[in-house]
Write a new protein. Structure first.
Length: 299
């Protein structure tokens, strides 16, 4: 049987995913179904591995056939929404409660399914995301951080299953107003916060944070010496960020990288491919991202 994969675009970014993938068999809302083995797709919120079409005679029959494959399923319902909901209600409930940061991502197998029409289910027992439709939600802190930008940092670290440990040194480039620096300090890290603009007062006063009022692009990595993590949520054109990262990689003074690639206007697909091609790295659109991708490199 021919290999297939289905790619669920991040909400609002179907065009970016379609450009990234090239020709596909069919589009079903945000779900793009293609032949061949799965390929890396930064703009996919979730990739359905080896999806199969299943003929179903009724709501009860659809639920029974899904239960016969495995226990846990998440529905994507761009059409026939009411019918899909009735099927999902006959399946075991999958918890969608917000995650406390620091709690590992779920490990139980979670399949995904959709109704192509009233008599046909498309289902994949295995997917790349352990979260329903790739949507990672957290119990938010509405008092401590100066912005909600920390959520995409939490998401990136949760998905890779690794985060700064107490005492590790983190450089936060383009840090103002300080959401990421706040989050890193909460993890027990020592933070070098770099931005020409000021941090929010409630962040600047944290004892684990050292402020450097200078440009992230003028900072020489060798001045800081060895550090454990480089974080960047700086607002700049992707090509400029790529040059900055290449300078840090060439310096060889940092072990781990988590950086936001922000697109100004149209998506710069050639530059995105250059980020993805950096050995040992990954590029993905997070649920908490906007028109941006997150580039991650560990060791």
């Amino acid at each position: 049987m021919t290999a297939r994969a289905a790619y669920l675009a991040a909400d609002g970014y179907v065009d970016e995913l379609a450009r990234e993938l090239g020709p596909v068999e069919r589009a079903h809302g945000r779900l793009l179904v293609g032949s061949g083995p799965p390929q890396p797709a930064a703009w996919a919120a979730n990739i359905w591995l080896d999806p199969r079409e299943i003929a179903v005679a009724s709501i009860a029959d659809a639920a029974a056939k899904l239960r016969a494959i495995q226990r846990n399923w998440a529905v994507y319902a761009p059409v026939l929404h009411r019918r899909a909901v009735l099927i999902q209600q006959q399946l075991p409930k999958v918890s969608a409660r917000p995650l406390e940061f620091g709690t590992p991502a779920p490990t139980a197998s979670l399949g995904s399914w959709t109704l192509l029409d009233a008599g046909t289910v498309l289902a994949a027992a295995r997917c790349t995301s352990p979260f329903p439709n790739g949507e990672v939600r957290f119990v938010e802190d509405r008092l401590g951080p100066p912005s909600r930008a920390y959520l995409k940092l939490w998401e990136a670290l949760t998905l890779v299953g690794h985060h700064p440990q107490p005492g590790e040194v983190c450089v936060d480039l383009g840090s103002s107003p300080g959401g990421w620096s706040w989050a890193l300090a909460r993890m027990g890290a020592r933070v070098v916060s770099v931005d020409k603009a000021s941090l929010a007062a409630e962040v600047a006063c944290l004892p684990a944070i050292e402020q450097r009022r200078e440009s992230a692009f003028a900072l020489d990595p060798r001045v800081l010496g060895p550090v454990d993590w480089l974080f960047s949520d700086v607002v700049c054109y992707p090509a400029r960020l790529l040059a900055l990262i290449e300078r840090w990689l060439a310096a060889g003074t940092c072990r781990h990288f988590v950086c936001t690639v922000k697109f100004q206007g149209a998506t710069d697909h050639p530059i995105a491919r250059r980020f993805a091609a950096i050995p040992g790295s990954q590029l993905r659109h997070l649920f908490n991202n906007k028109h941006e991708l997150t580039w991650i490199k560990l060791d």
